[in-house]
Design a protein around this ligand. Sequence first.
Ligand SMILES: *Cc1c(COP(=O)(O)O)cnc(C)c1O
Length: 441
Amino acid sequence: MPDLPRNLSENEQLMLDKMKKSQPVLWINPNKTDQLPQNHSFTFQHVLEAEKRLKRFSRYIQVVFPETQKLQGIIESKIIEIPNMKPFIEKNANKKLLGKLLLKCDHELAVSGSIKARGGIYEVLKFAEQCAIQHGIIKETDDYSQFAGEEFQKLFSRYKIAVGSTGNLGLSIGIMAAKLGFQVTVHMSKDAKEWKKNLLREKGVQVIEYESDYSLAVEEGRKQAEKDPMCHFVDDENSIDLFSGYAVAALRLKKQLEDLKIPVDQEHPLFVYLPCGVGGGPGGVAYGLKALYKEHVHIFFGEPTESPCMLLGMMTGLHDQISVDDIGLTNRTEADGLAVGRPSKFVGKLMEPILSGCYTVEDAFLFESLKEMVRREGIFMEPSSHASVFGPIQLLKEGKDYLKEQGLIERFDQATHILWGTGGNMVPQEQRDSYLNKTLR
Ligand SMILES: *Cc1c(COP(=O)(O)O)cnc(C)c1O
């Protein structure tokens, strides 16, 4: 294990021992301040700009993805109450879960069926806009449905877009970029599911497969893209554009909660549980939510016990200088979207003042939760998504000190808990059946 920049507390030392044995933990972030990071190159202005850009593109999105017409070309998911999951959570926690339990349905986002539809599609659109403006074929005030025209396709066919992915980011980038007319290459890690690769190939995307994990697939993709000046590389580990696109979710969520008359304030705390891979998706959402709700929102990231890269990076302060391999973990998990051994440093740094904590969850739980969600609520989400369901369980079981310290015990019955669904809609029936028939305990 690399040298640590700071000493771990006694508690963290014990936690590290548990993590090495692949046991679930809850880590509370000692650096939380409820402020956005100061003097950082990323600001809330980026998020507002992303929202505006997505509005400009909504005319185009409606034309090429007719399923988005209901929402006027805005790719957004609903938020719903899932009261029937409460007893399942309570049984696992052996405690009562007070307050409201909601599911944010990014597992059914239009176009690519995962949270990656936010960031991934946004980055491709931004790149397309830049190209088009540079070549003088569009102005920001024009009607963007023109992007569906032949002149645009012809221009974009000279450019390439590349990305490294465990699957879902590749799907989002691939589908959007191919639709615009770009040449697309997706570098897929060994975790990527066969159906995702096949779907992309059907859309004319070049898929390159690796026998290695996510970080190496990204590295290889980055290297190849650097050699080619016509190629834009979508950098899942460092991209400000991806992050901005993800963060727009918070602005939309605020509106949805207002419409549902669900308050978020001193008396009504909001808890949000997000599955975390390299960190961009959940990090973007967390940034946006913290900007809007300050100390009234409590955000937790969930990771597989074999791939707790963000937890490890933040707890040690080493960020991308440590990998789960360094503490003897395999980075092997059925939660393919979360199979990341080394976190984004860009995101980890930004999360230092924002995040309440990280927890880990066993694969066996993900499959139990998957079945229960289908049985109790009729909702299918892929295994990665179910890392969110373990959040309230781990908070109830291990989070008493945090709740006390933050003055939340008295207000727990007025809290709102949001599980963030992150993927699932595109999963073919055959794969769903195989998940439903799987038991790991
Ligand atoms: C990618 C992904 C995540 C995590 O997003 P990161 O940006 O990698 O942290 C969570 N769930 C699903 C289904 C995903 O595809």
